[in-house]
Design a protein around this ligand. Sequence first.
Ligand code: SF4
Length: 87
Amino acid sequence: MEKSKKSFKQERLEICKACPQGEYTWGVGLTCGKFVRPVEGVSCGCKLTWKTGLKNQECPQGRWKKIEDEKLVSKKIRPASKADKSK
Ligand code: SF4
């Protein structure tokens, strides 16, 4: 059974809150390291209440992973049809 958006987001946020890279930035909330100051392989600088809700995102340290969504993947690789182009 697929996890609901709320449950995967909450799980990820709990991990981030316990992570040494998790920081509270005034006016932004919980961020991964310094807000918009990514450090390769360490922190991404993202606002975590946004990032943790996106299935295609992952932790820069591998503490939580992308969520594979077959519907999303198949939409991305499906070639555009004439019907799609006319929209
Ligand atoms: S995204 Fe990863 S590195 Fe950043 S705060 Fe969350 S668990 Fe830590």
